[in-house]
Design a protein around this ligand. Structure first.
Ligand SMILES: Cc1ncc(COP(=O)(O)O)c(C=O)c1O
Length: 458
């Protein structure tokens, strides 16, 4: 039985099977239910899809579930949280807890020569972009709990690390569903504060992440099913216990605003290096996308700062283009990748998501410039290339931005007026925690792909 047939959706979810695809018109495959998918998507071909609903110059809309106050509040909260993280992770020298450097890369491999890398794969506390949201929500929750127990901690963030706080936190449990990196971030920080943590992991989650979590005292529940199932299981566990807090990767505003603060970080870094983003020098940002929370939150933040001068490109594997399918469908109801006959099987465990976040589709959808899809072999190739070219240790999900930039970069720039200069940021989202064995096997695979590709230089 194929995977999409065995998938269990809630009654509110629209379920379409690949058999419902009936005809091809003007570049679009039309299903009998009138859901449209861009040509190439059902065939698993790597494509660039420019978002037909893209409104380049709009910010947060008034009725939005996320407000400007939320974004500004996140920046303020991160100032407190960075101090807490420095103390919490004093065993490693972390600089700024959840922040990452902006690296200038000069590679002849890229058409435009210089690209910038936002190196979230090197975030020392959690090793991935997901820490920006996960750590933010855990620390926000910890503050809320302390406040509710009459312990003021906003003026003195270090109160979060007191023994009084720890005694309180031990009574509470945090539950999360994840393909791996969100669980990892929540588990590591949650346990360090004293919370009980339970993570529900999909079949895509890597064994080494489970081993590390268990050794940190996290209760890992494994599901032989996909990401959405793991999230649903976690949600169900949390709903029956008043002392359990659920971090909802699909619907959490807290996660979204936690990620969004990265935009100010980038803005400051660009300013420091003398790069001015403007109409004549627009910014293109390549963001790997799973459920959409991390790239969605960052897009919210970037649009708020740079407006129509930034274009955020979401990058997804050809087997799991969940945000592409959702946005291209034009539907306000959930539409998943199984609907167009895709398998959701990819080596990019962090991006193996069949159903995009409806919160992100609703709040950020019109701010996403488009979606680029890439092959698994592209990911392997760029894991290997970026190691040999620049010493970047990336997991396949974390290399997706490079794969998209190399494959679609010039077409993307053309679709937004190629005559101008541009600044390109590739967001590397995870990998520095990769254990040596996994890393060796990812590289080996990358080398095989490289040597099998003509003109690859391998
Ligand atoms: C390494 C990596 N990159 C990107 C993402 C995508 O983030 P999101 O699922 O919030 O879209 C993930 C998600 O787990 C990830 O692990």
């Amino acid at each position: 039985m194929s995977r999409h047939n065995s998938f269990n959706w809630t009654t509110s979810t629209v379920l379409y099977s690949s058999q419902s695809i009936s005809l091809i018109t003007r570049g679009y495959v039309v299903t009998t239910e009138q859901i449209v998918f861009p040509e190439g998507v059902p065939e698993s071909r790597p494509i660039w899809w420019r978002n037909t609903k893209y409104k380049s110059d709009t910010g947060i809309e008034n009725q939005s579930k996320v407000s400007m106050d939320d974004l500004n509040g996140a920046v303020k909260s991160w100032m407190r949280f960075n101090d807490v993280l420095a103390e919490l992770f004093s065993d490693i020298s972390i600089g700024n807890g959840a922040q990452s450097e902006l690296i200038h890369l000069n590679c002849s491999e890229f058409p435009s020569g210089c690209v910038l890398v936002k190196a979230d794969h090197k975030i020392k506390t959690t090793g991935s972009i997901k820490g920006r949201g996960g750590v933010y929500e855990v620390l926000s929750y910890a503050e809320d709990i302390l406040q509710s127990h009459g312990v003021g901690c906003r003026a003195d963030p270090m109160a979060l690390l007191s023994s009084e706080a720890r005694n309180i936190f031990e009574r509470y449990r945090i539950v999360v569903g994840s393909t791996g990196n969100l669980a990892f971030s929540v588990g590591m920080v949650g346990r360090k504060l004293g919370f009980r943590v339970e993570v529900h992991m999909s079949r895509d989650a890597k064994a080494w992440k489970k081993v590390r979590l268990r050794s940190a005292g996290v209760n890992v529940v494994e599901h032989d099913n996909d990401y959405s199932h793991a999230v649903a299981a976690a949600r169900a566990v949390a709903s029956s216990d008043a002392f359990t807090y659920f971090i909802d990767d699909e619907n959490s505003v807290k996660l979204l605003v936690g990620y969004s603060a990265a935009a100010l970080e980038i803005s400051n870094q660009l300013e420091e290096t003398g790069i001015r983003i403007s109409h004549d020098n627009p910014l293109f940002v390549y963001l790997p996308c799973g459920v959409g929370g991390a790239p969605g939150g960052i897009t919210l933040g970037l649009k708020n700062i740079f407006g129509s001068n930034v274009h955020c490109i979401f990058v997804e594997p050809v087997a799991s283009p969940s945000m592409l399918v959702q946005l291209a469908s034009g539907s306000v109801r959930p539409v998943n990748v199984y609907a167009c006959g895709l398998s959701n099987e990819t080596i990019a465990d962090g991006l193996a998501v069949a159903q995009a976040s409806m919160l992100v589709a609703e709040v950020v959808g019109h701010q996403i410039a488009g979606v680029a899809t890439v092959l698994d072999d592209d990911l392997s190739e760029w894991v290997e290339r970026m190691w040999t070219l620049a010493g970047l240790r990336l997991e396949p999900s974390g290399a997706a931005g490079f794969a998209a930039f190399a494959r679609h970069g010039s077409v993307i720039r053309h679709s937004f007026d190629s005559s101008r200069a541009s600044t390109n940021i590739i967001w590397t989202t995870g990998g520095s925690f990769f254990p040596d064995l996994e890393w060796a096997s990812a590289r080996e695979h990358g080398q095989r792909v490289l040597s099998s590709r003509p003109n690859s230089g391998g």
